[in-house]
Design a protein around this ligand. Sequence first.
Ligand code: NAD
Ligand code: DAU
Length: 353
Amino acid sequence: MTLLVTGGAGFIGSNFVHHWLAEHDELLVNLDKLTYAGNLGNLQSLAQDQRHVFVQGDIADTALVAQLLQQYQPRAVLHFAAESHVDRSIHGPLDFIHTNVVGTCQLLESVRAYWAALPADQQQSFRFLHVSTDEVYGSLAPDAPAFTETHPYAPNSPYAASKAASDHLVRAWHHTYGLPVLTTHCSNNYGPYHFPEKLIPLVIHHALSGKPLPVYGDGMQVRDWLFVQDHCRAIDRVLQAGTPGETYNIGGWNEKPNIEVVKTLCSLLDELQPRADGQSYAAQITFVKDRAGHDRRYAIDAGKINDSLGWQPVETFETGLRKTVRWYLDHSDWVSSVTSGAYRQWVDLHYGG
Ligand code: NAD
Ligand code: DAU
C-alpha cells in the first residue's frame, strides 16, 4: 500500500507527511518541486525512515509522474502542491496558473491514465484527494452565514481563481471520466513549518526581530483559523471515509479579525519571551497599505464533515496559537534557514524594504 503526496515539503504537506507516518505504516512517495516554499528541513526527522521516499519534481512533468505511478502503484494521490500566497499571486500570477491550473490538469491526466489501467477492484478503491481552499467562495458580508459546500464560487484573487479553476478540473475528471475524487476546502491554517510570508509566522518573526508588524488596511478583515494538525486529521478522515465526488469544508469555528490575531500573538510573546525594554510587542504594530482586492471575511461551516465523517478540531485557537508560538521560539534555526536570500527579496519587494 502506497500514497503519492504532492507538495509534501511545504507547510501543510510536510505536517501531513509527519501525521501520516506517525499514524499509519504505509510507504509515502512525496513529489515536490522545492520552490521557495518547499523545504526539506521540514522533513529532516524522517531522513532515516524507509517509508518516506522524496522525489524532487514538478507535478506538470507528465513523464516523471507517470513513471512514479508505475513504479510505486499508489492506492491514492493527495494533491497539496500549489502556489499558495495571495500577495505573491498579485505580484506575479503566472506561476499560479502554471502549477495550480496547468499542473493540476497534467497531474489529473497522468493519474487518469494510471487509474484506467488498474484492475476493477483497485479502480474502485483508488482516490484522488484535492486540497483546496475556502478562498474560492469569495468574500462574505459581516452577517452572512458561513460557507457551506453549496456556496457559489466567486474567487477574487489570482490565487483564488487558480484554485477555483483546479477545483473545476477535478470535478470534471470525476463527472466525465469517473475518476474517484475528493475535494476539501479549508480555512486559514497555522502551526509548525508555516513559511514566514503568511500573517502568523510573519508577525512572530518580525516581532522577535524588532521589525514593524504590518497590518493591512484597518485590520478588520476576518479569517477562520485552524491548527494545521487538525487539518491533517481531517484530510486523513476524508481519504478513509469520504464519498467520491463529494466536497468537504474544513474549518476551526474560529473567526477572528486580523488585528485581534496580531494582538493575541503580541500578548503570547510578551508572556513567553518579553522584550528587553519591558514594552509590549504591540508597540511594533504598524498599519500599512491594504492588499489589492482584499476579501473582507471568510467563515467555514464545517457541519458536513462533522456530521458525515465525525471530524472536529481538537485545538481551540488559544491552545493552537500557544503551541505555535512555542514552536517558533524553539525553532529559531528553522526560521533562520528559511528567511535568507529569496525571502529577503520578497519582503523588500512587497513591504518596500
Ligand atoms: P506551501 O506554499 O507552504 O507549500 C506548497 C508546496 O508545493 C511547496 O513545498 C512547493 O515546493 C510545492 N510545489 C509548488 N509548485 C509545485 C509544482 N509545480 N510541482 C510540485 N511541487 C510544487 O502551501 P501550503 O500552505 O502548505 O498549502 C498546501 C495546499 O493547501 C495548497 O494547495 C493550498 O492551496 C491549500 N490550502 C492552504 C491553506 C493555508 O492556510 N495555508 C488553507 C487551505 C488550503
Ligand atoms: O483561507 C485559506 C487561505 O489562507 C489559503 O488558501 C492560502 O493558501 C493561505 O495563504 C491563506 O490566505 P490568506 O491571504 O488569508 O493568508 P495570509 O496569512 O497571507 O493573510 C491572512 C490575513 O492577514 C489576510 O487578511 C491578509 C492579512 N495580512 C497578511 C500579511 C502577510 C496582513 O494584514 N499583513 C500581512 O503582512
